[in-house]
Write a protein that binds this ligand. Sequence first.
Ligand code: DAH
Length: 367
Amino acid sequence: MQNISATVLTDIPDSLDALRQEILTAIDAAQDAASIEEIRVSALGKKGRLTEQMKTLGTLPPDERKEKGAALNVIKDEVAAKLAVRQKEIAGFEMQKRLEQERVDVTLSVRPQSEGRIHPITQTIEEIVTIFASMGFAVAKGPDIESDYYNFTALNIPPDHPARQMQSSFYLPEQDGKPVVLRTQTSPVQIRTMQKQKPPIRIIAPGRTYRVDYDMTHTPMFHQFEGLVLDEVTHMGHLKGCLLDFLRAFFGIADLPIRFRPSYFPFTEPSAEVDIGCSRKNGELKLGNYGDWLEIGGCGMVHPNVLKHGGIDAEQYQGFAFGMGVERLAMLKYGIPDLRTFFEADTRWLKHYGFVPLDIPNPALKG
Ligand code: DAH
């Protein structure tokens, strides 16, 4: 391009060459898209300096007009070409500048000191679900506001049955003439699941539960998780093996022993309370195979009346159920001494006992 201009420009009169030089120098000096546009308008626009020169051609004698017209056309082409080149260069710089400014380094590690924490209840539920999911359980849910029927009657606790007094309930105003409670247990999810799904069933149902109670070891709202397994040949041995595997994985103690004690729950027959091995030496509670025992939950073989309420053929199917408190498991695993502190929303407590968001959900399961 430089060469072409050089040859053609030998014919350009000095007066026009000064103008040409001025415009080309301005183009070279331009640093952004706006100044390039400004130069374009001032040179080639309707009232631009080269355009004005073109307009004077008509007043010239034919010879001069021809010569000057040719020269002007050469200059116009040269200026237009140079503008285009510079415009492209500037667009390139500007894109480069934007890329630099908006750059996100995806290799940077997560900031170590984020303030937010996962609440120990959320963390513990996640751990429980992770372990049971690895055993083929699905998560099931039911409402916190539950009918008296699902919370009690369908679980083989008829009205006026003394077992209703085992759990002091929050009753709510009746709905459609029927009594309604804040569920006192996650067990109603058993019935809801059976009514929706045919065996084989393997579900885990974590969630909130409510009872009229408040002291060191009781809060009016707390969390439980329910387990239900129904199939054709499910027995008490499966139940014990399932809980043993779960509790060992959860606490990360490979030889943690468990023990079943005969008990009573209206919805299971036979029923058992589950204990895990511990030591209470020197007033310190330690989990493991130390000869002492600590109660951790309830379980049993699902009562035929419960299967009937769930619409399951009790002749063909049987199975087991279990229920445990989430806070209790969290307190034992993470050494949290007072249940009430879980729900005080104290950020210092949460900072101490909470979990950093991107941590692996269950450290006990690693390796
Ligand atoms: N629902 C019982 C409670 O809240 C716990 C429980 C015991 C659940 C035995 C079960 C079970 O599924 O089989 O105390």
